[in-house]
Ligand binder design. Structure first.
Ligand code: ADP
Ligand code: MG
Length: 256
């Protein structure tokens, strides 16, 4: 049931099937007395064309869940589906292909190559995969992230916010079914963070991208369409159309 053809999920708002979902997912690190139950039976689905934030106290399992959803980590129990694909049923080679062709990643560290220009960094994954560059799409992504006049700059010549926008453009340009972001504004000041979050939201609204983002920041979460809350490895709450105050209220309720 796996496909290696380029996904066509843009404009996927209203698609019935979720872009990614977890069914009864558990994750245990270590064994015996040292075992840590990071996830304890997570059932959650993420709609295509939506921006969802995952929140919860430190150590609640946010990064573990994101890594399991993205096929970066192997679940101990349960199943993860990217579209229709049961990723636990894939061998290593197919899982690597799935991550490369169907998922995009934005991490706290920008992970740009210092010797390449912004444009070269953005196009690197497509170059490595031997994929053709859709120039019109590239231009649209670059316009959305507001980097048109920075394409020839190297990372050291860009602000932190601009570097993270390059990393977002790099994830977007390959048209992944889902972008997975773990604390993407964690290394940015609030103004640069707002730029990156505004752009992530625009990529959902204007380009139809699906984003799942881990954050501990209620303001960052308020850019999402929906927030799911984790505590002790379980989903314990969710909130639609969040604003910072409503996110803070829910967080206070789970930490209290
Ligand atoms: N590689 C690992 N080995 C052992 N324990 C881990 C590992 N990664 C995470 N954990 C543990 O799993 C739990 C959840 O961690 P994590 O998903 O990073 O939480 P969060 O992102 O919400 O802060 C924590 O108790 C953490 O210490
Ligand atoms: Mg984390």
């Amino acid at each position: 049931m796996t496909s290696t053809s380029a996904p066509q999920t843009h404009g996927g708002v209203g698609t019935a099937a979720p872009a990614v979902r977890a069914e009864g997912v558990s994750k245990v690190y270590g064994t015996g007395d040292a075992a840590v139950h990071a996830l304890r039976g997570v059932d959650v689905a993420f709609d295509a064309g939506a921006f969802t934030a995952i929140m919860g106290p430190s150590g609640s399992g946010k990064s573990t869940l994101l890594h399991c959803l993205a096929g970066l980590d192997v679940v101990s129990g349960g199943r993860v589906f990217l579209g229709e694909t049961d990723i636990g049923a894939l061998n290593d080679r197919r899982l690597t292909l799935l991550r490369r062709e169907r998922a995009g990643f934005v991490f706290q560290a920008f992970n740009l190559l210092p010797t390449l220009t912004a444009e070269q960094n953005i196009l690197l994954p497509l170059d490595l995969a031997g994929r053709r560059v859709d120039r019109a799409w590239f231009d649209q992504v670059v316009a959305t992230v507001g980097l048109r006049d920075r394409l020839r700059h190297r990372p050291a010549e860009l602000s932190g916010g601009q570097q993270q926008r390059v990393a977002c453009a790099r994830a977007l340009v390959a048209r992944p079914e889902v972008i997975f972001a773990d604390e993407p504004t964690g290394n940015l000041d609030s103004r640069a963070g707002a730029e990156v979050l505004g752009f992530l939201r625009a990529s959902v609204r204007e380009l139809g991208q699906t984003i799942v983002m881990v954050t501990h920041d209620p303001v960052a979460a308020s850019y999402a369409d929906r927030v799911v809350f984790l505590r002790d490895g379980r989903i314990v709450d969710e909130l639609f159309d969040p604003v910072p105050a409503s996110v803070l209220d829910r967080l206070a309720a789970l930490e209290g």
